[in-house]
Write a protein that binds this ligand. Structure first.
Ligand SMILES: [Zn+2]
Length: 258
């Protein structure tokens, strides 16, 4: 679909409803998001954390309708606590043609990171609980709550104080994925920066090689930042800007290079 038309459509769609209905624009069964990647291009990985929350269905619908692959790091108890959350989780999980879901722990430490990370055994149990509850099958790829740590393929990026945590998770088969840059939240849990600023940062980081892997950039966002019409539109605007640059392409994390 032409980007200009798509942009107008999404604006209209968002103006109609703050939480977008999960109805795709087209049948994308024939779009291959996995095997047609161009190694000459810069690859952007959109990752959404902390669902299932109110903003999750907006993130899913925007990416679905804009034909962009994305990876969701879900929290077990956020998914399990309501039928609505289970429904959006299942919708994304079965849409394997375009999306991937990953384990972001069961409790997310309930926000108490200091005590959570004192006990490697409990951290491992917390991730195992999510595997059991949400039936994750994607090789135990995880993201740690509240900290940017990598222990994924040949990328090792951690802090000395996290060695026991990383080692314990590794022994249990969990591979940790962090991020290169974050679209931050403001004090209301909405977008702190505008899409132009994030696009600029994506450009600068990927071209100045301030990324874990040259020519690849993992962007962290939180689902709930896009729970409002206004902030959902910011996500649309960022995707439009990236799509308009022929040097960029989108991919899912399973395409992240070794
Ligand atoms: Zn998180």
């Amino acid at each position: 679909m032409h980007i200009k038309f798509l942009h107008i459509f999404v604006i209209f769609f968002l103006a109609c409803k703050s939480e977008i209905k999960t109805k795709p624009l087209a049948n994308l069964q024939n779009v291959d998001f996995y095997t047609n990647l161009d190694t000459n291009k810069y690859t952007i990985y959109l990752t959404f954390d902390d669902g299932a929350l109110t903003g999750t269905s907006n993130c899913y619908t925007i990416c679905k309708n804009m034909e962009v692959p994305a990876s969701f790091f879900m929290i077990g108890w956020h998914v399990c606590r309501t039928k609505k959350a289970q429904k959006i989780f299942n919708t994304i999980k079965i849409d394997t043609n375009q999306f991937e879901v990953y384990n972001h722990s069961y409790t997310h430490a309930y926000g108490q990171y200091k005590s959570y990370y004192k006990n490697p055994h409990l951290v491992v149990q917390d991730f195992k609980r999510s595997v059991d509850s949400l039936n994750f099958t994607n090789n135990h790829w995880i993201r740690l709550p509240g900290i940017n740590i990598w222990n994924y393929k040949n990328i090792k990026y951690s802090l000395p104080s996290f060695k026991k945590i990383v080692d314990s998770l590794d022994k249990n088969g969990f591979k940790i994925v962090g991020w290169d840059i974050e679209w931050e939240e403001n004090k209301f849990g909405l977008c702190k920066q505008d899409p132009d600023f994030i696009y600029q940062r994506v450009n600068e980081c990927i071209q100045s090689k301030k990324v874990r892997k040259p020519k690849n950039l993992v962007l962290l966002m939180h689902d709930n930042m896009y729970r409002t019409t206004q902030d959902s539109l910011k996500l649309v605007q960022l995707i439009v800007k990236i799509k308009q640059n022929p040097k960029f392409q989108f991919a899912n994390l399973s395409n992240y290079p070794n």
